[in-house]
Design a protein around this ligand. Structure first.
Ligand code: DHB
Length: 513
């Protein structure tokens, strides 16, 4: 019997080592800021201590990215707050597996998106959504079309809401795939981002009692690539596989296990993402109206069946989840309930209007039902060409993520490699390990002991940045291990949606309470 850790504990107290002196958090190095934050309960005036651009490793490669900001609430609507035992939200703002820096932020939730046009104004992660083909390998990050605005016209930000709820907020930067030094060496490719984020977790725990907050209650959050990294933080806690890289950058000597993981539209399970994509969106046309290469699409889709079977996931009422019943499982478990919630929240007349223009939906007894095929038609254009992730011409962001040394981009699936280089070509020897280090599904399959027990997982039903099966399989694998999983989809929402941020903040109180 495998059981998840009762909690992520501080079982290994910070020991002093040669590198740790520089990692002692300076409790006095803050500026006091006051800001008005919109929440579900109206505006809140929050006075907080803002610690800016604190380097979290003793041997940084690039401090611009390997630094974090800490926001500690001291007064909310005039009432003083003691955050010394509050949950800690570790909110990353990684998008597109790009570098992310908090060094220029002027307050909570203000991380700049590298490469984002006008970056740094909205802060929250949804702004970092690269459009798949346009952004490929170029380092450009286009503005996502799905950001939620709060009552003040600001981007909804988990970090801001958490601060307004009295939590301690830590916003870590991390190296990303496009960083290249003067020798032409790519120093932010896999697994740099996860190593940095783990180092940030270790830093927070190492500074228990100096950074206010309960280091047994660290909750991570992230969106898209940042969602995948948040899931990876949750799944890979205290894994020895990162030890060497953590040592190299002078990470603090402390546990990197986390208590709970919040993951929005995670772009995870990259080595299976091409096949999953064709299983999900293979029949959908591109925005141009063109179909993708149908041979490629069908080959990848066929390969997905073996992968899905290998997961050996079961669900009540479905038996083993296979490529043949996974659509119905996702439809009944997530997609129809999302439509039901959406429609139930509308007024009678709004609902009539919506149903009139979406006649594939049957609305009966307060529930929405429809077929998977009709749902796919409703979603419409797929966002990515085939293969969606390991591009034949090495042009995807993920090709860059798996670059190495002075090589900007490499293949990471045998399918795409052999398509380009011939039937017997072999992936570079380090690729399997890099894939493992980037994939939460690997650590879940290994039943990693340091895994988070609580999970919040979300994706929009119109998000074709990856397959909806990624969320379905992540949630089902976690549930199979006895984790507490709160997983749901947002009806008709695209990439980066965060429709129930207030509920996430409440959920943190609940699971950490
Ligand atoms: C992101 C989006 C993608 O489509 C992708 O392949 C990787 C990352 C993102 O928005 O972070």
């Amino acid at each position: 019997g495998f059981a998840l850790n009762a909690r992520a504990t501080d079982s290994s107290p910070a020991r002093s080592s040669g590198t740790s002196d520089s990692l002692v958090f300076d409790t006095d190095a803050y500026t006091e800021l006051t800001t008005t934050l919109s929440t579900d309960d109206g505006d809140k005036e929050v006075k907080y201590h803002f610690y800016k651009a604190v380097t979290y490793v003793a041997a940084p490669v690039d401090e611009k990215y390997q630094s974090l900001n800490v926001s500690v609430p001291v007064e909310i609507d005039g009432a003083s707050v003691d955050a010394s035992r509050a949950p800690v939200l570790l909110a990353n703002s990684v998008g597109g597996y790009m570098p992310s820096s908090v060094a220029d932020a002027t307050g909570v939730g203000g991380a700049a998106m590298t490469g984002a046009p006008g970056g740094g104004t909205g802060g929250a992660s949804p702004s970092g959504s690269p459009s798949a083909s346009a952004s490929a390998g170029t380092g450009e990050v286009a503005s996502g079309g799905n950001a939620q605005l709060d009552g003040r016209g600001q981007m909804v930000s988990n970090a801001k809401l958490a601060l307004a709820a009295g939590y301690v907020v830590v916003e870590p930067g991390a190296r990303g795939r496009t960083l290249v030094d003067s020798d032409g060496t790519y120093y932010g490719v896999a697994p740099a981002a996860i190593v940095d984020l783990k180092a940030a977790v270790r830093y927070v725990r190492f500074n228990k009692g100096r950074i206010p907050g309960d280091t047994d209650r660290i909750v991570t959050s992230g969106t898209s690539a940042g969602g995948a990294l948040s899931a990876l933080l949750g799944a890979s806690g205290d894994s020895p596989l990162y030890e060497e890289q953590l040592k190299e950058i002078g990470a603090a000597d402390a546990s990197d296990a986390i208590f709970a993981s919040g993951d929005w539209c995670p772009i995870a399970d990259l080595e299976h993402a091409d096949m999953a994509y064709e299983w999900n969106w293979g029949g959908n046309e591109l925005g141009s109206g063109e179909l993708v290469d149908q041979t490629v699409s069908k080959e990848l889709k066929n390969a997905f069946a073996d992968y899905q079977a290998s997961l050996k996931l079961r669900a009540k009422g479905f038996g083993t989840l296979t490529a043949r019943n996974l659509d119905e499982y996702l439809l009944k478990t997530y997609v129809e309930p999302a439509a039901t919630r959406y429609l139930a929240a509308l007024s009678e007349s709004e609902r009539s209007t919506y149903l009139a223009s979406n006649q594939f939906i049957t609305w009966s007894g307060g529930k929405a039902t429809f077929t998977w095929a009709d749902f796919l038609t409703h979603v419409g254009a797929r966002k990515k060409d085939a293969p969606a992730f390991d591009a034949f011409d090495l042009s995807s962001g993920e090709n860059n993520l798996f670059g190495k040394g002075t090589t900007q981009a490499r293949h990471f699936t045998q399918y795409s490699l052999r398509h380009e280089s011939g039937g017997s070509a072999r992936l570079d020897g380090d690729i399997p390990e890099k894939l493992r280090l980037m994939n939460p599904m690997y650590f879940i399959a290994q039943r990693n002991k340091g895994m988070a027990r609580h999970w919040w997982i979300r994706v929009g039903t119109k998000d074709s940045d990856t397959s909806l099966s990624v969320v379905g399989n992540l949630a089902a694998s976690l549930k199979a291990l006895g984790a507490e999983v709160n997983a749901a989809m947002y009806w008709d929402k695209g990439h980066g949606a965060n429709d129930d941020a207030g509920d996430f903040i409440e959920w943190i109180a609940q699971v950490t309470g």
